[in-house]
Design a binder for this molecule. Sequence first.
Ligand SMILES: O=P(O)(O)OC[C@H]1O[C@H](OP(=O)(O)OP(=O)(O)O)[C@H](O)[C@@H]1O
Ligand SMILES: O=c1cc[nH]c(=O)[nH]1
Length: 174
Amino acid sequence: MNKEIVDDKTMKRTLTRITYEIIEKNKGNQNLVLIGIKTRGAYLAKRIKSRLYQLEDIDVPQFDLDVTNFRDDNPVEKQAENPQFKAVDVNGKHIVLVDDVLYTGRTIRAALDAIMSIGRPSKISLAVLVDRGHRELPIRADYVGKNIPTSHKETIKVSMAEIDDEDKIEILAN
Ligand SMILES: O=P(O)(O)OC[C@H]1O[C@H](OP(=O)(O)OP(=O)(O)O)[C@H](O)[C@@H]1O
Ligand SMILES: O=c1cc[nH]c(=O)[nH]1
């Protein structure tokens, strides 16, 4: 059974709030770089980029990151560099990592490794649309859209208009 818990209007407001929080916490916004984790984190980062521009006239570089090669469930022999991402200059930058759901934290751990493998940022912050709890690693988000307490049996499904035709967040009871 799917239960919609966030509709399109609420999701838009939530992203606007996260954007304002990023602006407030980073006065001057110098050296900010948005990195969105594929799949939906990349679309969220693009939206935050365009809101930063609309709200404050700030043009922040934004890149997509595929963490597959850095996952701890991906055999080491299959791990390879990601040539496109390797070209991103992260040195001395304040990276805002963006993802849709924060659960065990393993995806973020992989993303941190991917970023640190190509340079030395001055700071890395984390923005997520949903924090559903159940961390398996000492990772926390700096910007949280919605805290949604879940059981292990449930799944949070984020839909985004860019690939799913509409914006919504649902809880799926497995
Ligand atoms: O904190 P974790 O336990 O790592 O879970 C969170 C990750 O799981 C989902 O990605 P998924 O692997 O389903 O890929 P997708 O984004 O391409 O759907 C979600 O988009 C997060 O990236
Ligand atoms: O519930 C979950 C857990 C991980 N990733 C998701 O997208 N949803």
